[in-house]
Design a protein around this ligand. Structure first.
Ligand SMILES: [Zn+2]
Length: 112
């Protein structure tokens, strides 16, 4: 399990705080509802970062599976990105490992 996946979070949280502050200064007549929406929007960016980093923390350390055809230990090849859309319409890109058998060449995406 990757330990430093949260390393960038303080800097990203600072960006959210500064972003909300700047937005508020630029919108002195904003209503409570508008302020709430602006905060939600800024937090959504941080939320997407945290979700990506937390989800990817375990991805790199998983042992490759056994080949379903010959039983040999498979090898990880590359990262295949897949994009998910989370709440507040933020796109999150998760990289997905592709397992290939060095003996018979079978390849597949393990579930998960
Ligand atoms: Zn095989």
């Amino acid at each position: 399990m990757k330990q430093d996946f949260a390393a960038n979070w303080p800097a990203q949280a600072d960006e959210v705080i500064t972003g909300v502050q700047d937005w508020r200064l630029a919108h002195p007549k904003a209503t409570l509802k508008e302020i709430e929406q602006a905060i939600d929007q800024h937090l959504a960016a941080l939320r997407a970062h945290m979700l990506t980093d937390a989800a990817m923390a375990s991805a790199a350390e998983v042992d490759p599976p056994r080949c379903p055809q010959c039983g040999d230990t498979m090898e990880w090849r590359g990262d295949h990105p897949r994009t998910l859309v989370t709440q507040h319409d933020r796109a999150v890109e998760l990289k997905r490992h592709y397992a290939v058998c060095p003996t018979c060449g079978v390849g597949f995406f393990p579930p998960g």
